[in-house]
Write a protein that binds this ligand. Structure first.
Ligand code: BDR
Ligand code: CA
Length: 324
Protein backbone atom coordinates (compact mmCIF):
# COMPACT_ATOMS: atom_id res chain seq x y z
CA UNK A 1 0.00 0.00 0.00
CA UNK A 2 1.19 3.51 -0.81
CA UNK A 3 2.37 5.87 1.92
CA UNK A 4 -0.11 8.71 1.92
CA UNK A 5 -0.69 12.02 3.66
CA UNK A 6 -4.22 13.32 3.11
CA UNK A 7 -4.61 17.10 3.31
CA UNK A 8 -8.31 17.92 3.57
CA UNK A 9 -11.14 20.17 4.79
CA UNK A 10 -14.02 17.83 5.75
CA UNK A 11 -16.50 18.38 4.14
CA UNK A 12 -18.93 15.61 3.17
CA UNK A 13 -16.94 14.38 0.18
CA UNK A 14 -13.67 14.73 2.12
CA UNK A 15 -15.14 12.23 4.60
CA UNK A 16 -15.36 9.67 1.78
CA UNK A 17 -11.79 10.50 0.79
CA UNK A 18 -10.72 9.68 4.36
CA UNK A 19 -12.67 6.39 4.32
CA UNK A 20 -11.00 5.30 1.07
CA UNK A 21 -7.52 6.40 2.09
CA UNK A 22 -7.75 4.78 5.53
CA UNK A 23 -8.67 1.44 3.95
CA UNK A 24 -6.53 1.32 0.82
CA UNK A 25 -3.36 3.23 1.66
CA UNK A 26 -0.80 3.34 4.41
CA UNK A 27 -2.27 6.56 5.81
CA UNK A 28 0.60 8.29 7.62
CA UNK A 29 -1.51 11.19 8.84
CA UNK A 30 -4.28 13.61 8.02
CA UNK A 31 -3.62 17.34 7.80
CA UNK A 32 -6.39 19.91 7.75
CA UNK A 33 -6.79 23.28 6.09
CA UNK A 34 -9.39 26.04 6.29
CA UNK A 35 -11.74 25.57 3.33
CA UNK A 36 -15.23 24.13 3.47
CA UNK A 37 -15.36 25.39 7.05
CA UNK A 38 -13.09 27.17 9.49
CA UNK A 39 -10.03 25.20 10.58
CA UNK A 40 -11.42 24.34 14.01
CA UNK A 41 -14.50 22.75 12.43
CA UNK A 42 -12.80 20.82 9.65
CA UNK A 43 -10.23 19.48 12.12
CA UNK A 44 -12.98 18.31 14.48
CA UNK A 45 -14.77 16.73 11.50
CA UNK A 46 -11.62 14.84 10.45
CA UNK A 47 -11.29 13.47 14.00
CA UNK A 48 -14.97 12.47 13.97
CA UNK A 49 -14.71 10.59 10.68
CA UNK A 50 -11.65 8.68 11.89
CA UNK A 51 -13.47 7.82 15.11
CA UNK A 52 -16.55 6.52 13.29
CA UNK A 53 -14.42 4.30 11.05
CA UNK A 54 -12.36 3.03 13.99
CA UNK A 55 -9.07 4.56 12.89
CA UNK A 56 -8.09 6.60 15.92
CA UNK A 57 -4.51 5.49 15.29
CA UNK A 58 -4.32 8.05 12.44
CA UNK A 59 -3.22 11.42 13.82
CA UNK A 60 -4.74 14.72 12.66
CA UNK A 61 -2.51 17.79 12.27
CA UNK A 62 -4.17 21.19 11.80
CA UNK A 63 -2.47 23.34 9.18
CA UNK A 64 -3.28 26.81 7.92
CA UNK A 65 -6.56 28.40 8.88
CA UNK A 66 -6.79 30.15 5.52
CA UNK A 67 -4.82 31.48 2.57
CA UNK A 68 -1.66 33.43 3.39
CA UNK A 69 -2.61 36.21 0.97
CA UNK A 70 -6.39 36.61 1.23
CA UNK A 71 -9.28 36.03 3.63
CA UNK A 72 -10.78 32.53 3.78
CA UNK A 73 -13.96 31.81 1.82
CA UNK A 74 -15.98 28.92 3.26
CA UNK A 75 -18.65 26.72 1.66
CA UNK A 76 -21.24 26.60 4.44
CA UNK A 77 -23.94 26.88 1.76
CA UNK A 78 -22.88 23.37 0.60
CA UNK A 79 -21.59 21.68 3.76
CA UNK A 80 -23.65 23.40 6.48
CA UNK A 81 -22.67 25.32 9.59
CA UNK A 82 -20.41 22.59 11.00
CA UNK A 83 -18.73 21.96 7.63
CA UNK A 84 -20.17 18.42 7.70
CA UNK A 85 -23.84 18.76 8.65
CA UNK A 86 -26.16 15.74 8.66
CA UNK A 87 -25.24 12.91 11.01
CA UNK A 88 -25.57 13.57 14.73
CA UNK A 89 -22.09 13.25 16.19
CA UNK A 90 -20.75 13.49 19.70
CA UNK A 91 -17.61 15.63 20.02
CA UNK A 92 -14.60 13.45 19.14
CA UNK A 93 -12.79 11.88 22.10
CA UNK A 94 -9.35 12.70 20.67
CA UNK A 95 -7.64 16.05 20.33
CA UNK A 96 -5.69 17.07 17.23
CA UNK A 97 -1.89 17.05 17.37
CA UNK A 98 -0.08 20.23 18.40
CA UNK A 99 2.46 19.95 15.54
CA UNK A 100 1.47 22.18 12.60
CA UNK A 101 0.22 20.30 9.54
CA UNK A 102 2.85 21.87 7.30
CA UNK A 103 5.64 20.72 9.63
CA UNK A 104 4.16 17.24 9.66
CA UNK A 105 4.13 17.15 5.85
CA UNK A 106 7.70 18.42 5.53
CA UNK A 107 9.16 16.18 8.25
CA UNK A 108 7.34 13.09 7.06
CA UNK A 109 8.30 13.55 3.42
CA UNK A 110 11.94 14.27 4.30
CA UNK A 111 12.18 11.14 6.48
CA UNK A 112 9.98 8.68 4.57
CA UNK A 113 10.56 7.39 1.05
CA UNK A 114 7.78 7.24 -1.52
CA UNK A 115 5.14 9.44 0.03
CA UNK A 116 2.12 10.39 -2.07
CA UNK A 117 0.23 13.53 -1.12
CA UNK A 118 -3.50 13.86 -1.68
CA UNK A 119 -5.07 17.31 -1.36
CA UNK A 120 -8.84 17.64 -1.24
CA UNK A 121 -9.06 21.22 0.03
CA UNK A 122 -7.44 24.53 -0.90
CA UNK A 123 -3.72 24.06 -1.63
CA UNK A 124 -2.54 26.38 1.16
CA UNK A 125 -0.72 23.71 3.20
CA UNK A 126 0.92 22.07 0.20
CA UNK A 127 2.24 25.39 -1.14
CA UNK A 128 3.44 26.33 2.31
CA UNK A 129 5.25 22.99 2.68
CA UNK A 130 7.03 23.58 -0.65
CA UNK A 131 8.01 27.08 0.47
CA UNK A 132 9.32 25.74 3.74
CA UNK A 133 11.31 22.87 2.25
CA UNK A 134 11.59 22.94 -1.56
CA UNK A 135 13.37 19.55 -1.46
CA UNK A 136 10.03 17.84 -0.81
CA UNK A 137 9.28 18.25 -4.53
CA UNK A 138 11.94 15.69 -5.45
CA UNK A 139 11.03 13.37 -2.60
CA UNK A 140 7.27 13.11 -3.09
CA UNK A 141 6.10 10.40 -5.50
CA UNK A 142 3.04 12.35 -6.66
CA UNK A 143 0.35 14.81 -5.63
CA UNK A 144 -3.30 13.99 -6.34
CA UNK A 145 -5.46 17.11 -6.26
CA UNK A 146 -9.19 17.48 -6.15
CA UNK A 147 -9.43 20.92 -7.61
CA UNK A 148 -9.81 22.88 -10.79
CA UNK A 149 -11.39 21.67 -13.98
CA UNK A 150 -10.31 21.29 -17.57
CA UNK A 151 -13.18 23.28 -19.04
CA UNK A 152 -15.10 25.17 -16.39
CA UNK A 153 -15.54 25.77 -12.69
CA UNK A 154 -18.24 25.30 -10.10
CA UNK A 155 -17.76 28.18 -7.65
CA UNK A 156 -17.57 30.68 -10.49
CA UNK A 157 -18.11 30.02 -14.20
CA UNK A 158 -14.33 29.66 -14.54
CA UNK A 159 -13.06 28.47 -11.16
CA UNK A 160 -13.55 25.46 -8.92
CA UNK A 161 -13.90 26.10 -5.14
CA UNK A 162 -10.58 24.68 -3.84
CA UNK A 163 -8.50 26.60 -6.37
CA UNK A 164 -10.65 29.74 -6.09
CA UNK A 165 -10.11 29.92 -2.32
CA UNK A 166 -6.31 30.13 -2.69
CA UNK A 167 -5.16 30.65 -6.28
CA UNK A 168 -1.72 31.87 -5.17
CA UNK A 169 -1.12 28.56 -3.41
CA UNK A 170 -2.35 26.65 -6.46
CA UNK A 171 0.00 28.67 -8.68
CA UNK A 172 2.94 27.71 -6.46
CA UNK A 173 1.98 24.03 -6.56
CA UNK A 174 1.36 23.81 -10.32
CA UNK A 175 4.68 25.55 -11.00
CA UNK A 176 6.62 23.45 -8.50
CA UNK A 177 7.65 20.50 -10.65
CA UNK A 178 5.66 18.01 -8.55
CA UNK A 179 4.08 15.12 -10.45
CA UNK A 180 0.45 16.23 -10.34
CA UNK A 181 -2.77 14.32 -10.99
CA UNK A 182 -5.64 16.80 -11.31
CA UNK A 183 -9.05 15.51 -10.45
CA UNK A 184 -11.08 18.52 -11.53
CA UNK A 185 -14.78 19.11 -11.79
CA UNK A 186 -14.81 17.98 -15.43
CA UNK A 187 -14.01 14.52 -13.97
CA UNK A 188 -15.93 14.64 -10.71
CA UNK A 189 -19.16 15.72 -12.37
CA UNK A 190 -19.12 12.16 -13.73
CA UNK A 191 -19.74 10.79 -10.21
CA UNK A 192 -23.15 12.11 -9.13
CA UNK A 193 -24.69 11.13 -5.81
CA UNK A 194 -27.94 9.43 -6.84
CA UNK A 195 -30.79 8.36 -4.49
CA UNK A 196 -30.11 4.75 -5.52
CA UNK A 197 -26.45 5.03 -4.54
CA UNK A 198 -27.39 6.47 -1.14
CA UNK A 199 -29.82 3.59 -0.51
CA UNK A 200 -27.21 1.01 -1.54
CA UNK A 201 -24.88 2.53 1.01
CA UNK A 202 -27.52 2.64 3.75
CA UNK A 203 -28.45 -0.98 3.09
CA UNK A 204 -24.92 -2.15 3.91
CA UNK A 205 -26.07 -1.50 7.46
CA UNK A 206 -22.84 -1.10 9.39
CA UNK A 207 -22.14 2.07 11.48
CA UNK A 208 -19.78 3.52 8.86
CA UNK A 209 -22.25 3.05 6.02
CA UNK A 210 -25.15 4.50 8.01
CA UNK A 211 -22.96 7.50 8.84
CA UNK A 212 -22.01 7.75 5.14
CA UNK A 213 -25.65 7.60 4.03
CA UNK A 214 -26.58 10.34 6.52
CA UNK A 215 -23.77 12.49 5.17
CA UNK A 216 -25.10 12.02 1.66
CA UNK A 217 -28.71 12.69 2.69
CA UNK A 218 -27.65 16.19 3.70
CA UNK A 219 -25.14 16.67 0.87
CA UNK A 220 -27.57 15.63 -1.87
CA UNK A 221 -30.52 17.59 -0.45
CA UNK A 222 -29.15 20.73 -2.07
CA UNK A 223 -29.15 18.94 -5.45
CA UNK A 224 -26.29 18.45 -7.89
CA UNK A 225 -24.00 16.65 -5.41
CA UNK A 226 -20.85 14.88 -6.54
CA UNK A 227 -18.26 12.88 -4.62
CA UNK A 228 -15.45 15.13 -5.77
CA UNK A 229 -12.82 14.33 -3.16
CA UNK A 230 -13.36 10.59 -3.16
CA UNK A 231 -12.43 10.57 -6.86
CA UNK A 232 -8.92 11.82 -6.15
CA UNK A 233 -8.25 8.94 -3.73
CA UNK A 234 -9.99 6.39 -5.93
CA UNK A 235 -7.73 7.35 -8.85
CA UNK A 236 -4.65 6.60 -6.73
CA UNK A 237 -6.13 3.35 -5.41
CA UNK A 238 -7.17 2.07 -8.85
CA UNK A 239 -5.53 3.91 -11.75
CA UNK A 240 -7.81 2.09 -14.22
CA UNK A 241 -10.77 4.13 -12.92
CA UNK A 242 -9.62 7.27 -14.68
CA UNK A 243 -8.52 8.05 -18.18
CA UNK A 244 -6.25 11.09 -18.23
CA UNK A 245 -4.33 13.32 -20.60
CA UNK A 246 -0.90 14.81 -19.88
CA UNK A 247 -1.36 18.55 -20.46
CA UNK A 248 -0.24 21.97 -19.33
CA UNK A 249 -2.31 23.51 -16.56
CA UNK A 250 -1.70 27.04 -15.32
CA UNK A 251 -3.52 29.09 -12.70
CA UNK A 252 -5.17 32.42 -13.46
CA UNK A 253 -4.45 34.90 -10.68
CA UNK A 254 -5.62 38.21 -12.06
CA UNK A 255 -8.61 37.75 -14.35
CA UNK A 256 -11.63 39.78 -13.34
CA UNK A 257 -13.91 36.89 -14.33
CA UNK A 258 -11.39 34.05 -14.27
CA UNK A 259 -9.37 34.30 -11.04
CA UNK A 260 -8.68 30.76 -9.81
CA UNK A 261 -9.26 29.12 -13.19
CA UNK A 262 -7.08 26.13 -14.04
CA UNK A 263 -6.31 27.12 -17.62
CA UNK A 264 -5.80 23.78 -19.35
CA UNK A 265 -4.05 23.57 -22.69
CA UNK A 266 -6.38 21.20 -24.50
CA UNK A 267 -4.98 22.01 -27.93
CA UNK A 268 -3.20 18.66 -28.37
CA UNK A 269 -6.58 16.92 -27.97
CA UNK A 270 -8.51 19.08 -30.38
CA UNK A 271 -9.18 17.37 -33.66
CA UNK A 272 -11.50 17.81 -36.58
CA UNK A 273 -13.79 14.99 -35.44
CA UNK A 274 -17.32 16.36 -35.82
CA UNK A 275 -18.83 14.54 -32.84
CA UNK A 276 -16.45 15.88 -30.19
CA UNK A 277 -13.82 18.50 -30.04
CA UNK A 278 -11.79 16.57 -27.47
CA UNK A 279 -10.21 13.31 -28.56
CA UNK A 280 -8.23 11.37 -25.95
CA UNK A 281 -6.80 9.27 -28.76
CA UNK A 282 -5.62 12.34 -30.63
CA UNK A 283 -2.31 11.63 -32.35
CA UNK A 284 -1.13 15.18 -31.72
CA UNK A 285 1.49 16.12 -29.19
CA UNK A 286 1.92 19.45 -27.46
CA UNK A 287 5.19 20.06 -29.30
CA UNK A 288 4.11 19.02 -32.82
CA UNK A 289 4.03 22.61 -34.01
CA UNK A 290 7.48 24.15 -34.41
CA UNK A 291 9.09 26.45 -31.84
CA UNK A 292 7.65 29.92 -32.16
CA UNK A 293 4.41 28.76 -33.76
CA UNK A 294 1.31 30.21 -32.09
CA UNK A 295 -0.20 26.71 -32.29
CA UNK A 296 2.55 25.02 -30.32
CA UNK A 297 1.12 23.84 -27.00
CA UNK A 298 2.56 24.58 -23.58
CA UNK A 299 4.73 21.88 -22.05
CA UNK A 300 2.67 19.45 -19.94
CA UNK A 301 2.92 19.61 -16.16
CA UNK A 302 -0.17 17.71 -15.09
CA UNK A 303 -2.08 14.47 -15.60
CA UNK A 304 -5.60 15.78 -16.13
CA UNK A 305 -8.39 13.35 -15.30
CA UNK A 306 -10.83 13.26 -18.21
CA UNK A 307 -13.06 10.18 -18.00
CA UNK A 308 -14.24 8.31 -14.92
CA UNK A 309 -15.50 4.74 -14.84
CA UNK A 310 -18.55 5.46 -12.67
CA UNK A 311 -19.49 1.78 -12.25
CA UNK A 312 -16.06 0.82 -10.94
CA UNK A 313 -15.91 3.94 -8.78
CA UNK A 314 -19.22 3.30 -7.02
CA UNK A 315 -18.32 -0.37 -6.58
CA UNK A 316 -15.02 0.59 -4.93
CA UNK A 317 -16.91 2.82 -2.51
CA UNK A 318 -19.54 0.18 -1.74
CA UNK A 319 -16.88 -2.50 -1.19
CA UNK A 320 -14.91 -0.16 1.02
CA UNK A 321 -17.89 0.77 3.18
CA UNK A 322 -18.87 -2.90 3.45
CA UNK A 323 -15.42 -3.70 4.76
CA UNK A 324 -15.75 -1.31 7.74
C1 BDR B 1 -14.51 20.83 -3.67
O1 BDR B 1 -14.97 21.89 -2.85
C2 BDR B 1 -15.44 21.40 -1.63
O2 BDR B 1 -16.68 21.95 -1.31
C3 BDR B 1 -15.48 19.90 -1.74
O3 BDR B 1 -15.13 19.29 -0.50
C4 BDR B 1 -14.47 19.59 -2.81
O4 BDR B 1 -13.17 19.46 -2.27
C5 BDR B 1 -15.40 20.72 -4.89
O5 BDR B 1 -15.34 21.89 -5.64
CA1 CA C 1 -12.79 19.17 0.11
Amino acid sequence: MKNVILDCDPGHDDAFAIMLAAKHTNLLGVTTVGGNGILENVTRNALSVLEVIGRTDVAVYPGHSGPCTAPLIIADNVHGKSGMDGPKLNPPKRKPETKHGVDFIVETVMHTDHVTLIATGPLTNIASAINKEPKIVERVDALYIMGGGAYAGNWTPAAEFNIYVDPEAAYKVFHSGLTIYMCGVNLTRQCPVTPEFIENIRNIGNPTSIFAAELLDFFAAGGDAHLHDACAVAWLVDPTLVRSAYLNVDIELNGKLTRGMTVTDLRPLQTAKPEADIDLDSPYRWDDAPQGSPFRGHEPNCHVGMRLDYGKFTQLLLDTLTSY
